[in-house]
Write a protein that binds this ligand. Structure first.
Ligand code: GAL
Ligand code: ZN
Length: 680
């Protein structure tokens, strides 16, 4: 079934210029929390740190429009003027993430309703339903007023629509949303018969007599028809995108400056489908926060950055809109960054294609929910390690300005991700409710990342030309057309590595019969007759010595060779990993949740057989990526380990003018960036 409702032509501007000269450096700036004397100190310190852009106005609606239709621009004019005089660009936000109290008081019906029918209370943020015509009207009024006033202001170099759309209002189950969902279903499926056929509603007698009888999947989502569940996820993403597009259209009508909104791209599932959204932003921007419980935080960062590059496609560079200088305040035990980590994290994003590094936020708040969130200017003020590192990062970004606009070296490995698969897995796939989409995507990224092999994390519909290897980790939901593209890639000489559950259902979440994984079984030369999910304390040994947890399968070979087999358990003797030669290409299947060591062995064999380029040959703690500039390659070396490491390269450091002839020492926890030259 084609997705008619969501097939929108791209609406982005041709980029009218990057918002800053050189790399962008700055953060969210919330001057309304401070007296005007403080603004002057802010601007002076911003200059000291090398800040050249700030995001303004994200939460300012209630102060800019204190009563419906009454505006107070004076303070905003002053602050924008002050920034402009100081040469600091403004990324101007439409303030719609923060509906004012008068709006919520007059129209409580704009607040989102949860799956159990409970309406959210005011006091958070993004407290609005994307389908609400009342909210839309008010949001477009403030957006129009802002665009009319500042659309031509020379300080305004970028527009920032709302904030992290979907972070709080990603789904709404109110009656207004339900009615909009039915309109969406009519556009997507046409008739109720088509809906019934696609979702297999005959099961449990769920056949609908009319589209008007269809309700959103309220209450317990794991009992919901999987087709309905997936449709509501798609609808919800589309509905928020409509809101973004409505605000963006107003801004574009009044201003030449590029328009963006900050995504929340990480390695897990996303609240909206950014692969649909990316075509509608002029600069692809991301917020990334490391998670304290993540044992390989630096790889999560690399994964997110590689995924941003995949979304930006021809619009590299992208922009890191927010990260933190230290502890956030929304985790259980918020972790301060280690000395040197601010620079290391920021430059890891830059290495992977961000043309800047921005933070939440400039000055630490003393009040409000996030009063203990770290900032560029901490509560301690300038007599602090954080401040010194912030100044040092500003200096580093200035020294690196010659890389602005340059692409990252082309990758030979593509890893395909898809929100629909992530959503469908997360619904609580019946064989095993504890599976996590990010577990497999991270594993297969990590085995290349630790070998300095660059991976582009791509939307499933991206162009595969130019890649040697395509990896499909648990890509559950696959259409015939998507499967055919992978098939053609392999028949054209490429190699694909497909892991368990990929292609098991079609785009309406219906199981493909005839043996798993239905969409790929011919290409893989293997079928699975039965899944064998493992219990919490159960492991299965592999012939390569690895131990499988959580997932195994009973496979049968149909032309493929077994590379690794199950050594014990009920699948003993069957293939766990297979390889099928297809013309000049090959298709690998991984039917088990592999441990890191087994996956590493497979990656090493592929690196070797396909000659996949490593940026440098170094230990697993070294991250290495190149950006291609007109003056030659710039190599980023990030040492994530606690031991110094020497890497065989030559060139001149861009951070401190050291020269390296044949060997560069990368101290533990440090970053070396060098413009390469041939060894003498
Ligand atoms: C982001 C958000 C910011 C700030 C930050 C720190 O998700 O966009 O406004 O809240 O997190 O928690
Ligand atoms: Zn709603």
């Amino acid at each position: 079934m084609a997705r008619r409702a969501t097939e929108r032509p791209p609406t982005r501007h041709a980029l009218t210029g990057w918002p800053t000269d050189g790399l962008s450096y700055g953060g969210d700036y919330n001057p309304e929390q401070w007296a005007p004397e403080v603004w002057r100190e802010d601007v002076r310190l911003m200059r000291e740190a090398g800040v050249n852009i700030v995001t303004l106005g994200v939460f300012s609606w209630g102060l800019l429009e204190p009563r419906e239709g009454e505006y107070d621009w004076g303070w905003f004019d002053e602050i924008i003027g002050l920034l402009h005089e100081s040469g600091i660009a403004v990324d101007l936000a439409t303030p719609t993430a923060a509906p004012p109290s008068w709006l919520l008081h007059a129209h409580p019906e704009v607040l989102p309703v949860d799956a159990y029918g409970v309406r959210e209370q005011p006091g958070g943020r993004l407290g609005w339903c994307a389908s609400s015509p009342v909210f839309r009207e008010h949001a477009l009024r403030i957006t129009t007023a802002l665009a009319e006033r500042y659309g031509d202001h020379p300080a305004v170099r970028l527009w920032h629509v709302s904030n992290e759309l979907g972070g709080g209002n990603g789904r709404c189950w109110c009656d207004v949303s339900a009615a909009r969902f039915r309109e969406w279903l009519r556009a997507e499926y046409g008739t109720v018969e088509a809906v019934n056929a696609a979702w297999g509603t005959a099961f449990w007698g769920h056949t609908f007599a009319d589209i008007d009888h269809i309700e959103p999947p309220r209450s317990e989502q794991h009992k919901v028809n999987p087709g309905l569940f997936l449709a509501y996820e798609r609808f919800s993403s589309d509905e928020l995108l409509e809101h973004y597009l409505a605000e963006a259209a107003v801004l574009r009508a009044h201003s030449e400056a590029p328009v963006t909104t900050n995504f929340m791209v990480g390695s897990g599932r996303h609240v909206v489908d950014y692969s649909d959204w990316a075509a509608h932003v002029d600069v692809v921007a991301n917020d990334h926060y490391t998670i304290v419980d993540d044992p390989v935080r630096e790889q999560d960062l690399a994964f997110a950055a590689d995924r941003m590059r995949g979304l930006a496609a021809d619009r590299t560079p992208w922009l890191l809109m927010e990260h933190s200088t230290g502890a956030p305040s929304w985790q259980q035990r918020n972790r301060a960054k280690a000395p040197g980590e601010i620079l290391r994290n920021a430059l890891a994003h830059v290495a992977r294609g961000s043309d800047g590094a921005m933070f939440f936020q400039w000055r630490a708040s003393t009040a409000g929910t996030e009063q203990f969130h770290s900032a560029m200017l901490p509560h301690a003020g300038t007599e602090s390690r954080v401040w010194r590192e912030v100044v040092r990062l500003g200096d580093a970004l200035r020294r690196l300005r010659s890389i602005a606009g340059s692409p990252v070296e082309p990758a030979k490995v593509a890893l395909l991700v898809d929100e629909e698969s992530a959503w469908a897995l997360q619904q609580g796939l019946k064989p095993h409710r504890a599976l996590r989409y990010s577990r497999e995507t991270r594993l297969w990224h990590r085995v290349f990342w630790q070998r300095q092999v660059l991976v582009d994390v791509l939307p499933v519909d991206a162009d595969l030309d130019g890649y040697d290897l395509v990896v499909l980790p648990t890509l559950l939901v696959v259409s015939d057309a998507q499967a055919a593209r992978v098939d053609a890639f392999v028949r054209g000489g490429g190699t694909a590595l497909v892991t368990y559950l990929s292609g098991v259902v079609d785009e309406t979440s219906r199981v493909r019969g005839g043996g798993y994984p239905g969409a790929f079984r011919d290409l893989l030369g293997v079928t699975t007759e039965e899944f064998r999910p493992l219990q919490a304390d159960e492991t299965v040994r592999l012939s390569d010595g690895g131990e499988v947890t959580d997932w195994s399968e009973d496979t049968n070979l149909h032309g493929a060779e077994a590379v690794v087999t199950y050594a014990d358990g009920d699948s003993a003797g069957r293939a766990a990993v297979t390889r099928n030669a297809v013309g000049d290409g090959a298709a690998w299947y991984v039917s088990a949740q592999l441990p890191l060591d087994s996956a590493t062995r497979i990656a090493d064999r592929l690196i070797d057989e396909l000659g996949l380029p490593r940026a440098v040959e170094a230990g697993t703690g070294i991250e290495a990526v190149r950006r291609r500039t007109p003056d030659g390659d710039v190599l980023f070396l990030v040492n994530h380990s606690d031991a110094d490491e020497t890497v065989a390269v030559s060139g001149r450091s861009l951070l401190d003018d050291t020269t390296f002839d044949g060997a560069a020492l990368v101290p533990a926890g440090r970053v070396v960036v060098l413009r390469e030259s041939a060894a003498e």
